[in-house]
Write a protein that binds this ligand. Structure first.
Ligand code: NAP
Length: 598
C-alpha cells in the first residue's frame, strides 16, 4: 500500500510514518522538514503538481488539524480541502482525517453520551482549529467518490507534542487555568489507530473518538503538574515523591466503537505520557532560560515508577514485615518495579490483603505471602528451608520486621523479645538464606536499622537486659547489635556477589510506637498527631529502601550505613571489630547457628 502522510514530521505524523514503514508500506510525506526513512516533499501549491504527487496513493492520512496553531488553521483548512478534492479526482482509496474532539462545545463535554451522537456546536462558537476540523469533516461526509474515516482525538500527549507543551507551559509559568476536563491520549496510540483505520474494511464512512480510558479533572491535572514540576525542579517535598492515588474521572469520550469495530484501544498509561511530556517541557524551559539549568537529580526509583520501567523484572525480593508500615510500602514499590516479592509477617488476614493488592494492582506483579513469626528460631529455620526450595535464587533480602516491647518478655526460645525480632531474626534468617543469595548474580541484603542505635550501647554483662529492662533502650541496643552483625557479615561476604548494608529509613508515620503497648499509658492523641505530621510517609521511606536495593550507585558496595539517602558513619563503637565478632559468636550460639550453616 502507498500512504501519504501530511505533517509527517509532527508529533503524530512521524510516529505514524514509522509505524507504516515498519508494517511494510510505502510512505510519502508532505513535510517542510525531512522525515526519517521516508520520501518527503513540501506541500505542492500547484494543482497539477499535487495531482501528480497523488498518483498511486492508496491512503491519505491528514494529521495536521490535531495540532495546528489557531492562527494557521484557516489556511490549513484550505490546503486540506484542496487535497481532499484532488484525492477524489486521483482515485485515492481512503482519506483518513485526524480530527479534533473540541469540535464540541467544551461545556457540553460533561454529557457523556454527546460524543456518541453526532451533535456539534455551531462553527462560529468554535476555536479556529476546531472550526476547521468540523468544516473538513462535513466536506468529507458530503463529498462523493472518496472513502473516508475520521478519528477524533483530544489533547495528544508526547514529549514533542507542541499543543501539550504549550498548555503545560501556560499552566506552569503563566498560571493559566487548566481545561475543565482533560482527556489526553498518547501520540503512539493515535498513530496505531490511524495506521489501522487506513485499510480496515469496517472503518470506511465512520467517525471514531479516541482518548485515554479515563479523564482527569482540572484540579487533579493542576496538582499533578505542580507535583511533577516540583519533582523535576528538585524542590519536591516528601509528599511529592510518589504519585498520590488521584481520583480519575469516568471516561467522557467514547472509545468503545473504535475498539468494537477495529480492535484498537489506547494502551499507554496517561500518567506515563504526562510525566514524559512534562520532563520535556521542563527541559525546554531550562533550555530557553525560563528555568535555571539543573543537573539530572531525579531519584532513579521515582523516575522508573513514573515511566513504568520495570528495573527489577525477573528478580526475587524477600522482605519481612509486609503487612504494615515501611515494609508494606517498600514491597509494593519493589513489585511496581517488576520484582516478584515474597512477603513475610504474622497477620495472615493482612497478608492475604497484601497478596490481593499485588495481584490486582494495575502496575504491580503478583507476590507470595508467607505467614511466619520471626520471634521463633524454629519457625525461621522452616521458613528459610521453604524459601530456599521455592526461590532458589534471591536477589534482594530486606530484613525490615521490627518491634519494640514496653515490658521485658521472653520468646519461646527464652530470649528477650525486642532483641529477638530486631537482632536475632535478621541474623539467623540471613545466614540461613546464604545459598539462594549466593545463587543470584548480584544479591543485596538490607538491614532496616534505626538512628536510635546511637542512644544506648549494649551491656556485655547483661546483653538481654535481665536487670533493668527499659523499652527504648532495649530497642536501641538491639539495633546497635544489628549494625555490628551487618558489618561483620559484610566482611565475611567480601569478594562474593552478595552485599549487605543497613539503613535508617527516616522517622516514619507508622504504627510501630502504638503497637505492643500492653495497656501502658500512651502519648496523648493530639501530641501523637502533631509528632506524626513531622514524620515522612511510609511511601516516601520506601523510595530510600528501594534505592538502596536497586540503584547502580550501591552496586558492589557493602558495609554501608545510610541515613535515608545519605551514607553516614554509624556510632563509632559499631565499627569495633573485636566487639562485633563477640556479638556474632554469642548470637550464633543462642540461635544455634552452626559454623556450617553460617
Ligand atoms: N517508623 C519509624 O519511624 C522507624 C524508624 C527507624 C527504624 N524503623 C524500623 O523500620 C522497620 C519497620 O517498622 P515500621 O515502622 O514499618 O513498623 P510497623 O508498621 O509496626 O511494621 C512492622 C512489621 O513487622 C512485622 N512484624 C512484627 N513482628 C513480627 C514477627 N514477630 N514476625 C514477623 N513479622 C513481624 C509486622 O507484621 P505482623 O504484625 O503481621 O507480624 C509489620 O508488618 C522496623 O525494623 C523498625 O525498627 C522504623
Amino acid at each position: 500500500m502507498k500512504y501519504l502522510v501530511t505533517d509527517a514530521a509532527g508529533a503524530v505524523g512521524h510516529r505514524l510514518a514509522a509505524t507504516l514503514v515498519a508494517a511494510g508500506h510505502e510512505v510519502l510525506a508532505f513535510s517542510d522538514s525531512p522525515v526519517n526513512g521516508v520520501a518527503s516533499r513540501a506541500w505542492p501549491t500547484r494543482a497539477d503538481v499535487l495531482a501528480r504527487a497523488l498518483a498511486g496513493v492508496d491512503v491519505i492520512c491528514a494529521v495536521d488539524l490535531a495540532t495546528v496553531a489557531p492562527d494557521a488553521a484557516p489556511a490549513l483548512l484550505k490546503r486540506l480541502d484542496k487535497l481532499r478534492v484532488a484525492a477524489g479526482k486521483a482515485g485515492c482509496g481512503r482519506f483518513v482525517l485526524l480530527g479534533r474532539a473540541d469540535i464540541y462545545d467544551p461545556a457540553l463535554l460533561a454529557d457523556k453520551t454527546l460524543l456518541e451522537r453526532s451533535a456539534t456546536a455551531a462553527p462560529a462558537d468554535l476555536a479556529p482549529p476546531a472550526a476547521a476540523a468540523l468544516a473538513l469533516e462535513e466536506s468529507l461526509r458530503a463529498g462523493a467518490g472518496l472513502d473516508w474515516t475520521i478519528l477524533r482525538a483530544p489533547m495528544i500527549l508526547a514529549p514533542d507534542s507542541a499543543e501539550a507543551k504549550a498548555l503545560f507551559r501556560r499552566i506552569l509559568i503563566d498560571d493559566a487555568p487548566s481545561p475543565a476536563r482533560f482527556h489526553p491520549v498518547d501520540a503512539r496510540d493515535v498513530a496505531t489507530a490511524l495506521a489501522t483505520l487506513g485499510t480496515h474494511d469496517r472503518a470506511g464512512g465512520q467517525v471514531f473518538n479516541i482518548a485515554a480510558p479515563a479523564a482527569l479533572a482540572a484540579r487533579t491535572l493542576d496538582q499533578e503538574l505542580g507535583r511533577l514540576a516540583r519533582l523535576l525542579n528538585d524542590e519536591a517535598t516528601p509528599q511529592d515523591k510518589l504519585r498520590p492515588p488521584h481520583q480519575v474521572a469516568d471516561p467522557v469520550l467514547a472509545t468503545d466503537k473504535l475498539a468494537r469495530l477495529t480492535g484498537v484501544t489506547p494502551t499507554r498509561p496517561i500518567w506515563v505520557s504526562l510525566a514524559e511530556t512534562m520532563q520535556q517541557v521542563m527541559k525546554d524551559l531550562r533550555a530557553d532560560g525560563t528555568l535555571p539549568p539543573l543537573p539530572e537529580k531525579i531519584n532513579p526509583v521515582v523516575k522508573a515508577v513514573e515511566l513504568g520501567q520495570k528495573l527489577l523484572a525477573g528478580k526475587t525480593a524477600v522482605i519481612t514485615g509486609v503487612t504494615s508500615g515501611i515494609g508494606r510500602a517498600t514491597s509494593l514499590l519493589l513489585s511496581r518495579l517488576g520484582a516478584t516479592v515474597v512477603g513475610i509477617a504474622r497477620n495472615a488476614e493482612a497478608g492475604e490483603a497484601w497478596e490481593a493488592a499485588l495481584a490486582e494492582g494495575r502496575h504491580t506483579v503478583p507476590g507470595h505471602f508467607i505467614q511466619a513469626d520471626l520471634m521463633s528460631f524454629a519457625r525461621i529455620r522452616t521458613l528459610a528451608a521453604d524459601l530456599a526450595t521455592r526461590f532458589p535464587r534471591i536477589d534482594i533480602l530486606i530484613n525490615n520486621a521490627g518491634a519494640n516491647f514496653p515490658t521485658r518478655r521472653l520468646t519461646e526460645d527464652g530470649v528477650e523479645a525486642t532483641l529477638a525480632i530486631n537482632h536475632f531474626a535478621p541474623f539467623l534468617l540471613t545466614n540461613l538464606l546464604a545459598g539462594p543469595l549466593k545463587a543470584a548474580p548480584a544479591a543485596r541484603i538490607i538491614m532496616v536499622n534505626s538512628d536510635w542505635h546511637r542512644r544506648s550501647l549494649p551491656d556485655m554483662h547483661d546483653l538481654q537486659m535481665e536487670s533493668g529492662y527499659r523499652t527504648g533502650e532495649a530497642y536501641c541496643r538491639a539495633k546497635f547489635m544489628n549494625l555490628q552483625i551487618t558489618y561483620a557479615m559484610a566482611a565475611l561476604l567480601d569478594g562474593t556477589n552478595v552485599t549487605v548494608n543497613a539503613i535508617h529509613p527516616g522517622v516514619v508515620r507508622t504504627g510501630i510506637s502504638t503497637r505492643n503497648t500492653d495497656g501502658a499509658p500512651q502519648v496523648p492523641a493530639q501530641a501523637r498527631e502533631r509528632a506524626q505530621q513531622r514524620m515522612i510517609s511510609p511511601e516516601f521511606s520506601a523510595v530510600y529502601l528501594a534505592s538502596l536495593a536497586t540503584a547502580p550507585d550501591y552496586e558492589g558496595q557493602s558495609g554501608l550505613y545510610l541515613d535515608t539517602d545519605e551514607i553516614k558513619q554509624s556510632h563509632e563503637a559499631t565499627y569495633d571489630e573485636d566487639w562485633a565478632w563477640q556479638i556474632w559468636e554469642w548470637s550464633a550460639q543462642i540461635t544455634g547457628l552452626t559454623p556450617a550453616s553460617a
